[in-house]
Design a protein around this ligand. Structure first.
Ligand SMILES: [Zn+2]
Length: 245
């Protein structure tokens, strides 16, 4: 199945990403879905995330939590579906070479911190998998071992998805409230590890439950029913690339 993908570059303003209204504001008009609703049941990819206006990024918080977006204007209000897979990419610093094996980053610590701080804590809270992709040297590109074939990865993902549907009738990401406790059983070691990480890393309750659901998915990929410490440890690692405050 082909998934639709909205691929957005800057600049974009809030009406473009959320919705726009036909006609002028004072005369009303018909609200129409913007890019995030057009990405419903697809992928919304924001390249160079810190380059987006902060107000635009904060608008994403509502749909990432609820799968819907509400827009209100004086004469018009509309509620649109917006359940999308959010994918974003960013450089580690303004020049892009922080951590590069051969090029030198010329950014100051202050510039790096300000650049990364454009992604607010509450938005970052809603990003479940945060992964650093190191720049590859030429030797690794030409002489490195081949990766796992996509067919094999796809088969594993499909099997994990089927496990979720058979167990609870929905994907893990949609579990909420008591159903999280019911369907994400932890062994003692896993529970201790997860609670310890929450305290040490200062996670919100939201982050705690999101990590738990990611660990549930890792266990499903592993074909395991009960979450173990290794499933939880992997889920914790996906939340440690950028600062958490
Ligand atoms: Zn730099």
């Amino acid at each position: 199945m082909m998934q639709k993908m909205a691929h957005l570059h800057t600049p974009l303003d809030i009406p473009a990403i959320v919705a726009f209204i036909d006609g002028n504001y004072s005369g009303g008009g018909t609200p129409r879905p913007g890019e995030i609703s057009l990405a419903h049941h697809g992928v919304l990819f924001l390249d160079e995330l810190p380059e987006f206006e902060r107000r635009v990024l904060e608008v994403l918080r509502e749909p990432l939590e609820t799968g819907r977006i509400t827009i209100s204007r004086a004469m018009a209000q509309a509620d649109f579906p917006a359940r999308f897979q959010f994918v974003a990419a960013m450089n580690p610093c303004p020049c892009g070479y922080l951590g590069h094996p051969t090029r030198m980053c010329r950014c100051t610590l202050d510039q790096i911190q300000r650049y990364q701080a454009r992604i607010s804590g509450p938005l970052l809270d809603r990003v479940d998998l945060q992964i650093e992709v190191p720049a590859q040297g030429q030797q690794e590109i030409f002489e490195g071992p081949p990766g796992e074939p996509s067919d094999a990865v796809r088969a594993r993902a499909v099997a994990a998805r089927e496990r979720q549907t058979a167990r609870q009738g929905m994907p893990n990401s949609e579990l909420a409230g008591r159903s999280i406790d019911t369907h994400c059983p932890l062994n003692n070691e896993a529970r201790t590890l997860l609670r310890g990480a929450m305290q040490k890393l200062g996670w919100s309750t939201r982050a705690y439950f999101r990590v738990l659901k990611v660990a549930r998915t890792i266990a499903d990929l592993d074909g395991a029913e009960v979450l173990t410490a290794s499933h939880v440890a992997e889920a914790i690692q996906y939340r440690r690339v950028l600062r958490t405050a």
